[in-house]
Every structure is written in C-alpha cells, then in structure tokens.
Design a protein around this ligand. Structure first.
Ligand SMILES: [Mg+2]
Length: 282
C-alpha cells in the first residue's frame, strides 16, 4: 500500500523512477583483485541478470572508456555490455551538462574523460576556459601543469574527476587524480571540486542513468571513505564487503556504518536482501 502511495507521489512530480531493487557495484576489491576474479562474483552477477535487477559498475578511475572497461572485465570472465559502467568521467560530464551546458574546459585527462566531455558538448580549449579539469592521465607534464595554473589564476574554475590519491598496479601504487591535482592546488591556493565517490553527486547521476529510486538502490563497495560514505549520503542501502581494503577492525574506526557487512559479494543474494526502505516499512 505504502509503495502505491509513493509511486503516485512521484508520478505527480513527473519523475517516473522505478522502485525495483537496483545495484551500484564498485569494481576493484569487490569483483576483482587486480587481474583475478573474486570467487563467486560471477555467480552474483548471474543472479542480477536472471532477476533483471538494474545494475551499474561504478569506478572512480576516469581514464578508461566503457569499451576498455568491458574488455578488462571480459578478461576475468565477466561479460557485460558497455552501458553497465559508470565512471567519474561520466559524472563530471553529467555535472557540467547540468550546471553549464556548452561550457568550455582545459583538460588534463585520459581518453575516457575526453570522450565523455566531448559527447556532452564541452568545448576543449586553452583560451579562457570556464573550467580546468584534471583526471587520470599518462600525459601529465610540466607545461600542462603551468598552463592549468595560469588558467585558474585567470579565473577558470577547478574541477577534478576523483579524489583518489593512488591507483593500484602490478608493481605497486601509482599517483591517481587526487595526487595529480596537488601541484596546481598548492600553487594557486585553489582546491578542486571532486566529482567521483564519495561525492553523492556521482551516486545521484548513476541512479539517474538507471532511472531508479535511491530507497531501493544498493551500493556495494570495499572502501568505507568512498563507496560506503557516498552511498550513505545519497540515501542508498550500503553493503561493505571485506574482500578488498577494509577489515572489521578498520570498520570500527569510522563514525558511519554500512547497512550490511559481507565477507564477499558472493554472500549477497539480490533476491532476498532487504533495502533500507523495505527494512523501515517492516
Ligand atoms: Mg574498491
């Protein structure tokens, strides 16, 4: 009954969102560990497909295009289509499209970021751009840092795709977007606005892509300070999995808690797990 009433309320506001259970899933530490599939992650995804639950893989890395991400997943035996990925590059593009359609930007970033910005109509320029945007890139040099610094000093707003300081590689950690912004931030005294997790804006745009309501949307991740915090602030049901960077002892140190803690995504049954909304209604 309550469900029906709420649906009507949304219909009235012209926002026909679905109340079907849906899942936003972090990748590293949840689906895979480096190039290895986490046991049972494939079976969980099969359950999602079988139950026709809407889902997206969420990644803060803005470097890869959906085609590259699809290929990386296929390598560990997960077959999904490109439209099942949502990156911080997409969140940045969605944000700009909402805030300032047709804006211009000076960008230091990878193919994944450039493609999303161009697709959403952002004009790439180094002449009085509205924004300076930084993301993960292999083309990061002194000249570009200097140019970004000048442009911000001249009035461009400063945006970065994600706050992650490091990214994992086979040999060890490498600087990610949060580290790449550091010299520019230090010199200009201007801090960037980060779009990736834990910014609930990323969760918001991701669930908009699925056209689902946050009350029945689950966020599954292995990091408290990004996945769980972002999901919590976006009003989602948060599942922490202990297959990645967080252990039970670390979990106790945070002032916020997930709704559920699982050893692995393999222990989650999408058909029976109760969302925050369903738990409250009981
Ligand atoms: Mg992770």
């Amino acid at each position: 009954m309550a469900e029906k009433k709420d649906r009507n309320r949304y219909r009235r506001s012209g926002d026909a969102v679905s109340y079907k259970k849906s899942f936003l899933i972090d990748m590293d530490g949840v689906i895979n560990r480096g190039r290895a599939l986490i046991p049972g992650a494939d079976a969980f995804l099969e359950k999602l497909k079988k139950g026709r639950f809407p889902y997206l893989f969420l990644t803060n890395n803005s470097y890869y295009t959906p085609a590259q991400l699809r290929e990386r997943m296929a390598r560990i035996g997960i077959e999904v289509t490109e439209d099942h990925f949502y990156t911080s590059a997409m969140a940045t593009a969605n944000f700009l499209d909402y805030q300032k359609p047709g804006c211009s930007a000076y960008v230091i970033g990878g193919k994944g970021l450039i493609a999303e910005l161009v697709k959403s109509g952002v004009v790439l320029t180094d002449t009085s751009p509205d924004y300076v945007i930084i993301g993960e890139t292999e083309e990061y040099d002194y000249k570009k840092i200097v140019e970004a610094t000048y442009l911000i000093e001249e009035g461009a707003r400063f945006i970065a795709t994600n706050p992650d300081i490091t990214g994992p590689t086979k040999r060890g950690v490498v600087p990610a977007c949060g580290a790449l912004v550091a010299p520019i931030e230090k010199v200009t005294g201007v801090s960037p606005y980060f779009l990736g997790k834990p910014n609930p804006a990323m969760m918001y745009w991701a669930r908009k892509k699925l056209n689902v309501h946050s009350a029945n949307c689950f966020m599954i991740g292995d990091r408290m300070d990004t996945d769980i915090l972002g999901g919590l602030e976006a009003g989602m049901t948060c599942c922490l999995v202990l297959s990645g960077v967080t252990n039970l002892k670390m979990l106790q140190r945070f002032p916020y808690r997930p709704d559920y803690v699982f050893d692995s995504i393999a222990d989650i049954d999408p058909r029976t797990i109760l969302s925050r909304r369903e738990r409250v209604d009981r």
